[in-house]
Design a protein. Structure first.
Length: 211
């Protein structure tokens, strides 16, 4: 039975969610729960291997459904090896991307059937959903400009996508925000990093540590 707390971090490219997650760690450490952080796709050896396959810029012929199924396979392995053990140990688990990314990127971005993706997510996770999802929202062009300015890695396959694709992804996230208002909370990611961290912390405190 799940004993810990599960918070996922979502957002379009360049929203800064990974930086916010890292900035939250010292602040959340004061609340008395053991912390664990991980990411998708990845987090465990098999899922990291799948991540490399997905992001390899040489794989330009990858079919959209193949891409989706690879993400789903990585998610399942990550769940079994990392997510469920952390929750069973009573940890506060922070995950950089989870089920909503597949809906936003492969559903809205690629145009695959969203209900099929929802079914696959449920199948892969046995119905597990985060206790809270923080969605970091930013205009697409601003997010992509941040990436270009701060790039510290080689161009991967997803870096080659069009602006239109990223616009559809953002609209997908905004659609889920309307669909799951009890779980997903929007944070303005266009602010300075410290302000974004403060806003995210306030949401977490209000939801889980108010008393």
């Amino acid at each position: 039975m799940k004993k810990g707390l599960f918070i996922s971090f979502e957002g379009p490219d360049g929203a800064g969610k990974t930086s916010v997650l890292q900035g939250l760690l010292p602040k959340l450490a004061t609340f008395g729960m053991d912390l664990e952080t991980t990411r998708e796709p990845g987090g465990v050896a098999i899922a990291e291997s799948i991540r490399s396959l997905i992001l390899n810029p040489e794989n330009t012929t990858m079919d959209d459904k193949t891409e989706l199924l690879l993400y789903i396979a990585a998610r399942r392995q990550h769940l079994k090896e990392r997510i469920l053990p952390a929750l069973e140990d009573g940890k506060l688990l922070l995950v950089d991307r989870f089920i909503d990314s597949s809906v936003a990127y492969q559903g809205f971005g690629r145009g695959l059937n969203v209900e099929d993706i929802n079914w696959l997510n449920t199948y892969a996770t046995d119905g597990l959903v985060p206790d809270l999802t923080l969605y970091f929202d930013i205009e697409v062009e601003e997010g992509l400009a941040r990436i270009a300015k701060n790039r510290h890695h080689d161009v991967d396959r997803l870096d080659m996508e069009t602006v239109d694709m990223h616009e559809r992804v953002r609209q997908g996230y905004l659609s889920m925000l309307d669909r799951y208002p009890d779980r997903i909370v929007k944070v303005d990611a266009s602010q300075e990093l410290e302000l974004v961290i403060a806003d995210a912390l306030a949401v977490i405190v209000e939801r889980f540590f108010k008393n």
